[in-house]
Ligand binder design. Structure first.
Ligand code: PDD
Length: 285
């Protein structure tokens, strides 16, 4: 079956989907994106993803390209046309096409919008969860506004590649004070020896992950001990468990950090239970 992409008002064959060479997303990374999970053909946590998109756009003073309801229709149509059952839908909005000039273009410039969708590689995902994954640490060299889900992801790209070259699946960014911020495309968590789940507060140092928000709700509802505070790499090495969260990985246990086994080196009970429970708590529309 051939894939279909939505580009600026049209559904086109994926292989022929194009944006203009002077699209500001392409030239300046002047745009934002969302990745929303699709489960059983339905969008997971659409409301929260739309809220975050609205916030990212407003922080960058880019107009919402169409009303929220219409955007929901486009997301669903793209999912349906690609026959995605369990996968992701990707949405990108840039400031639009204009003659290259760093400052904002004329106010009438229409934002560009692209939507694609594809199925997960389920076997690979499940294997990662069953075995647990390895992570490495890298210095956090990103700008201060990583709370905005911008398409400017070069440090994240380099960090993920460093992880891959080290035989790991994810890289955890460590800030100048020695605290873990987040992963290159996931939020970072540990469980201490006395059973407290620890994750960094979603201030300006990390992206406020939607999966993270849902996991915090599960933790509150189930009465697990939570410490929302920064943690160091030494705490991570000494942790009983570690895990990552994102729309593409849900909750995935971490079993090695910088080559050292976490806990007994097997996926932890807390991470495994949170992964099992996650979709009961997420909103499916
Ligand atoms: N990444 N932190 C970063 C830097 C991210 O890029 C992501 C998501 C997350 C987790 O957010 P959420 O739970 O809302 O997916 C945290 C997406 C999946 C990506 O770039 O592919």
């Amino acid at each position: 079956m051939s894939r279909i992409a939505y580009v600026n008002g049209r559904y086109v064959p994926h292989r022929a989907a194009q944006v203009h060479v002077e699209d500001r997303g392409y030239q300046f990374a002047d745009g934002v994106y969302e990745v929303c999970e699709v489960r059983g053909g339905r969008l997971v946590d659409e409301r929260r993803h739309m809220d975050r998109l609205t916030r990212s756009l407003s922080e960058l003073r880019i107009a919402m390209p169409m009303p929220r309801n219409a955007l929901g229709v486009v997301l669903r149509e793209t999912v349906a046309r690609n026959r995605v059952r369990d996968g992701i839908v990707y949405l990108q909005v840039s400031r639009g096409v204009a003659r290259r000039d760093h400052a904002f273009p004329a106010a009438a410039t229409r934002p560009s919008i692209v939507v694609t969708a594809r199925n997960h590689d389920i076997d690979k995902l499940e294997q990662g969860a069953a075995d647990g994954i390895a992570v490495i640490s890298v210095p956090d060299n990103r700008w201060e506004r990583v709370d905005i889900k911008s398409v400017g992801l070069l440090p994240n790209v380099l960090a993920k590649q460093a992880a891959r070259e080290a035989g790991a699946k994810e890289a955890w960014f460590v800030d100048a004070k020695g605290f873990v911020t987040e992963g290159s495309s996931t939020n970072a968590w540990i469980v201490t020896r006395d059973g407290a789940v620890v994750t960094r507060p979603a201030d300006f140092g990390i992206l406020r992950g939607i999966t993270r928000t849902v996991v915090l709700e599960i933790i509150a509802e189930q009465g697990l001990k939570l410490e929302e505070r920064p943690f160091t790499m030494d705490e991570a090495y000494a942790a009983r468990e570690a895990f990552i969260t994102s729309a593409t990985q849900f909750v995935t246990p971490v079993v090695r950090i910088d080559g050292k086994p976490v806990g007994n080196g097997a996926p932890g009970l807390t991470a495994t239970a949170l992964r099992r429970d996650f979709h009961r708590y997420a909103e499916v529309g």
